[in-house]
Write a protein that binds this ligand. Structure first.
Ligand code: B1M
Length: 213
């Protein structure tokens, strides 16, 4: 840990202390630490540790939940710094966490970075049904459907959604991108997605790639 503020952010997330995370992020930005470093070294690293503590039986769902709230608080402050604000729209994307899955931090991060790269983003939230994805294709003429999943048990709902999109006859109207901790390039190919990315930055590059912008 290279800096006291990053340490405060990291520990604030582990303790679920949103106020400590907020002040840590503000102070780190004031000290000139790059937003991406704060995100990766302070916040994402801490959530990784929260996951490990959960696996080891040291943390339970309530601890994960308050850690997630503390991270969201920090992300709100970081958001304007992560967005590099282009003027021209790069394209229209609907993003959501698939049915049965309530994890939204990674999805929010991807949405934030896409907005920062001037994509118009429709955030469908969590636990998004295949029908909702189809509705947004039909009603909003989005160019990309972006799906996130954090659970091995909900990952198959990406395939269910793609199958439903094909069934609805709208598959050729959109590109489909997938991501989330258990998702891989091989899985994306297996279920017929057009693109996969392992993190939010690469999601922006992939979206640009898919729309050739
Ligand atoms: Co849960 N959870 N959780 N959880 N949770 C995990 C995912 C888990 C790995 C923890 C563990 O065991 N180590 C485990 C899953 C195991 C598995 O499936 N193999 C797990 C479990 C088991 C559960 C429950 C089942 C626990 C229970 O109830 N017994 C339950 C399920 C609820 C449900 O969804 N139905 C549950 C609940 C929760 C909370 C609600 C308490 C909370 C979520 C709060 C919220 O999101 N608002 C929570 C949390 C916080 C976690 C961990 C600790 C952190 C997740 C996170 O936010 N990471 C997680 C452990 C871990 O990940 N180490 C865990 C930070 C975030 C920035 O990373 O989301 O991976 P991530 O996003 C990354 C990339 O994946 C990528 O970009 C982001 C970074 O740049 N990415 C995309 C994500 N989406 C993308 C989409 C793209 C491209 C890239 O294109 C479309």
């Amino acid at each position: 840990m290279i800096n006291t503020n990053l340490k405060n952010i990291y520990e604030g997330i582990l303790d679920g202390n949103a106020a400590q995370v907020a002040s840590g992020v503000e102070q780190a930005l004031a000290d000139g630490i790059a937003a991406e470093l704060i995100l990766n070294e302070g916040m994402i690293a801490a959530m990784g540790e929260v996951g490990s503590l959960f696996e080891e039986g040291e943390y339970f769902v309530p601890e994960m939940l308050i850690a997630a709230r503390a991270m969201q608080k920090g992300l709100e402050i970081l958001k304007p710094r992560l967005a590099e604000a282009d003027v021209k729209s790069s394209g229209k994307i609907a993003i959501g966490t698939v049915k049965g899955d309530l994890h939204d931090i990674g999805k929010n991060l991807v949405a934030m970075m896409l907005e920062g790269a001037a994509f118009e983003v429709i955030d469908l939230g969590t636990d998004v049904t295949p029908q909702r994805f189809i509705q947004v294709i039909e009603e909003e003429q989005v160019q990309i459907i972006a799906m996130s999943a954090l659970l091995t048990t909900t990952m198959p709902n990406m395939k269910t959604t793609i199958d439903a999109i094909i069934e609805a006859g709208v598959r050729d109207q959109v590109k489909i991108m997938v991501g989330g901790a258990p998702v891989t390039q091989a899985y994306a190919e297996q279920i017929g997605a057009d693109g996969y990315s392992e993190d939010a930055n690469r999601a922006v590059a992939k979206a640009r790639d898919l729309l050739a912008v």
